[in-house]
Design a protein around this ligand. Structure first.
Ligand SMILES: [Zn+2]
Length: 62
């Protein structure tokens, strides 16, 4: 169903390439929320990925 609203924040889609989300951030957050509902194992995996990414950001900032 396409109603011109972001499925996550319900904001306008604007010129987003996605027909469901106004930005990749919203799509990612929505997917993360689904994972949270699905299984603890997937949450853990997503957490590891987020931690790895945070470490890379620290490294590139210094
Ligand atoms: Zn949005």
């Amino acid at each position: 169903m396409r109603d011109g609203q972001c499925h996550w924040c319900t904001g306008p889609l604007g010129d987003s390439p996605s027909s469901d989300y106004c930005s990749q951030d919203c799509q990612r957050d929505w997917q993360r929320a689904q994972l949270r509902i699905d299984s603890p194992e997937q949450i853990q995996r997503a957490g590891v990925r987020a931690r790895k990414r945070a470490r890379q950001q620290v490294r590139s900032a210094s």
